[in-house]
Design a protein around this ligand. Sequence first.
Ligand SMILES: [Zn+2]
Length: 493
Amino acid sequence: MRKILLALSSLVLLAALPIASNQASVSPSRYRFFLEAKSRSDLRKLSGWLNRQSFDVAGVNLRRGTIEVLTDEAGVNFLRSKGMKGRLVTVPVVGGKSTRLSGLDARYLDPARVTKRLDDLHARFPNVTRIIEIGRSLKNLPIYGMIVSTTLDTNDPKFHEKPTVLVDGMHHAREIMTPEIVLDIGETVLASAARVKRARSVLEGMNLVLVPMLNVDGNTLVWNEDNMWRKNARGDGGGSVFGVDINRNYAYRWNGCNGSSNSRGAQDYHGAGPASEPETKALMGVAEKVRPMASLSYHSYSELVLYPYGCDGDVTGENALLEKLGKEMAGMLPEDSGGGHYTPGTPWQILYAVDGDSMGYMFATYGAASYTFEVNQDFQPSYDLREPTLKKHRVAWAYFFDQIRTRLATIHVTDAAGRPVPDAELDIVQIQHTKGERAFRTNLAGNYFKVLLPGKYTVRVREKDGSSTAVDFVMGDHPENVTVATKTFRRRR
Ligand SMILES: [Zn+2]
């Protein structure tokens, strides 16, 4: 109790201090500046401007019309000099070398607890789960993932007879609710598969690849040094850590549209080159193995459902599908305040331009139906919000899994002898690729899985001699299988 009182009184003291003071005795503190915007378009303009000025835009509250900026005294003064108004909250930086933070609820996850949850889950369901190490962080910590499926070997063509959904959490270290959601997807699917037919069909009908905590180094910093750390632990080799924003480091439109920063100190620093960071490489590596037909990425905060692309004005050639499912999922996700529902859109429509992000990469490289969820209205909300957050997201992802399996086209490419052809390049004539996307490719079992709205389609496979073989098909409201028999391919031995 005494501790709490002390902490409270120091908070009050800090808040009462004049901002421009030079009181060196005060421990380093941050300001949460909730800037007010007059309208949705003002908010969009302001967040874009703040981002370009390299402010740390923590999140937005579209209901209230506010943007939270995390900044220091100089930043507050600068924003005020530009005439900006809003609520200012002072927060001491919690953390310090070798002391476990007291400011974070200790029940939230760290890398060791993620490992434990995966181990426990595997122990309960050994036949339909497999723990995989997808890579190592800069500090050589293992980054774990889990395959949840009746087929567990990614080198076995059987795995590739089913579509794969890739789900990740915690690109950004301070977004502490996100690994909880990714783990909950596995736990919920597995626990209900035993008794609910629909859940069992998820397990039998597709592969789930879960990566709960991608940024294990950053999370270690969050627990031990700075609870508002966002990036990875990239340093200059001499003890100074600046960090790279691993969600601006992907090899699609890296540094492509002023959607990230060249400056090491910026919260959205994109790194020295595309995929320069081991964490980014780890997710790209597992994606190349499993060829996701859908990808869900959990972030916080702002209560949004985002779909590609991130660059100003860019939408994908599949916007009708992405927008439809995005809107439907947003409508299933009530805000924590109870005031309304999540807001769907592309990053540039709602917030600001983004480049080198995982969502754009997964779409442009695999044609995966890709979404980013910005959950809650705080990076580190009360632990009491965990259960309601998991519960509401169960509704959205379960709906998504249903939809993508219902709207699934399985395109199977065979050689002249009827054997499957891996890595055949194909396109679907009705889907426009105008933003440098890769051609669709078949997987190890000769399949390409695609989520499609109802309609008439033509799939075209590029033959070895430069000609192409095309097959027409119609999508209704149920899955379709399409076989393309090529003439010039011969199965590799
Ligand atoms: Zn994030």
